[in-house]
Design a protein around this ligand. Structure first.
Ligand code: ADP
Length: 438
């Protein structure tokens, strides 16, 4: 290139000298030089115009203009550059087509939107599962097509760690699991999975547990009633019968507690109770629960203290919250040796409201903590069989918190006590309305 450049420079200078010499032959060397310069300028302008026209509309012809000398080299290099761009573009287009084809073949609906939710691209399954139309929905906001409020708040939340489950707006019998990922320039990739079968199975399981518990409650109440009568008159019975009847009565009341918890859990899971329409006075609720906890503690004489740092109300179902809080506080009583301390605190900060139940009890090995909220999971069954628990308490707490957009945090070490913290979002706190004096 460098070599060519000096050659071209030599040609130009040679040409100008030549025109000057011709001018000298006619006795006007300056005219000769001027004519040479004008010719060169004219040639340069003609080539520049050809380049300009080609650059303005390169697609009209793939080939760059032809020329000789310096301009020929410029055109050749531009042509090579243009060709390599065209090849890269074709390669990229083929790759995009391939990705789109494979995404189209997916059974899950895939949608790409910008940060505001304007739809850019979606596959065939998204059309079937969500009822999008290729011709009319391009550029539409996805909130206008999936109008479920839960979807809008999930989309806006930017916290996509957990998927969202909704009914399909186009086919209500289809149950969808929506998962959003952020990509590119704050764009969203939305994947909608058909989980109808799983949902139906889960529904069947809940209904089954709920129905069986209901059906078992009546016969069990009758049996417990008779057993209670027998226990009351146990003095008249032979000693070996007395022991058997006392054991039967204890086991039947355990079963009653279990059935009560199962029914409560299935009610909480199916969302039969309302969590958004009522307000709960947490301060009053904790006062009542701690009163009961002191009665439960009885001779174990735990020191139970309650601190309420915020007097606002909590938007939520009082009976669900009562179940959750009392499970935590009663657990603290159950798993803390006599004279231990139990500290209940209700605090708020920028993140939201927090109920902490701390005890100086037996504690839990951290390896059990991730599984504690599973139904019937016990950290150490041999140590807990005499506590009379149903194994459902923390499962109830977890579901109540899910219903209230909250979550449960557990901190504990074996032998060092435990702390259970219920976190609620800030939006659930509501100012008390001053009572009217009239
Ligand atoms: P349970 O009816 O057995 O108490 P839960 O669901 O309420 O069932 O609790 C599950 C398990 O978590 C308990 O069996 C116990 O091992 C452990 N646990 C719960 N609360 C505490 C606590 N405050 N201290 C120590 N262990 C606890």
């Amino acid at each position: 290139m460098q070599h060519n450049w000096s050659r071209y420079l030599r040609y130009i200078i040679g040409g100008l000298i030549g025109s000057t010499v011709v001018g000298l032959y006619f006795g006007e060397p300056l005219y000769g030089l001027t004519v040479g310069l004008i010719v060169y300028l004219w040639w340069t302008l003609v080539q520049a115009r050809r380049l300009y026209q080609w650059l303005a509309n390169p697609s009209a012809s793939d080939d760059a203009p032809q020329s000789v000398g310096l301009w020929g080299d410029i055109f050749d290099n531009l042509h090579k550059l243009h060709q390599s761009h065209l090849r890269a573009r074709d390669r990229l287009r083929a790759q995009i087509n391939r990705v789109q084809e494979s995404t189209n073949a997916m059974r899950d609906g895939v949608i790409m939107t910008d940060h505001q939710g304007a739809m850019e691209w979606w596959n065939g399954s998204a059309e079937y599962l969500l009822g999008f139309r290729r011709n009319t929905d391009q550029g539409q906001y996805i909130h206008n097509l999936i109008r479920t409020p839960a979807f809008k708040s999930y989309f806006d939340s930017r916290d996509y760690r957990e998927p969202l489950e909704i009914h399909s707006p186009a086919r209500p019998h289809i149950h969808l699991q929506i998962q959003i990922s952020l990509f590119g320039d704050d764009d969203r990739l939305i994947v909608a999975k058909d989980v109808t079968r799983l949902y139906q199975l889960e529904q069947m399981r809940r209904d089954f547990v709920g129905n069986v518990s209901h059906e078992m409650r009546t016969p069990l109440t009758v049996i417990s009633g008779y057993l209670e009568t027998l226990v009351d008159n146990a003095d008249d019975l032979p000693p070996k019968w007395r022991r058997a009847i006392n054991t039967m009565a204890a086991q039947s009341s355990r079963m009653e507690a279990l059935i009560t918890d199962l029914i409560l859990l299935s009610k909480i899971e199916t969302g039969e109770q309302t969590v958004n329409d009522s307000l709960t006075d947490v301060e009053g609720l904790l006062g009542q629960i701690c009163h009961d906890a002191r009665a439960l503690s009885g001779e174990k004489q735990h020191e139970i203290s309650v601190t309420v740092a915020d007097h606002r109300l909590l938007r939520g179902d009082e009976s669900q919250l009562r179940s959750a809080f009392s499970n935590l506080i009663f657990n603290a009583v159950k798993y803390t040796p006599p004279h231990g301390h139990i500290t209940v605190t209700w605090t708020t900060n920028r993140e939201g409201a927090h109920l902490s139940v701390r005890d100086t009890g037996i504690g839990i090995d951290p390896i059990h903590i991730p599984r504690l909220t599973e139904r019937f999971y016990r950290a150490d069954p041999s140590r807990h069989k005499d506590t009379g628990g149903t194994g459902l308490g923390l499962a109830i707490v977890k579901h109540v918190l899910i219903n209230h957009d909250g979550n449960l945090e557990i901190r504990s070490h074996l032998g060092e006590g435990s702390e259970f913290i219920c976190h609620f979002p800030r939006e659930r706190l509501v100012e008390r309305v001053p009572e009217s004096t009239e």
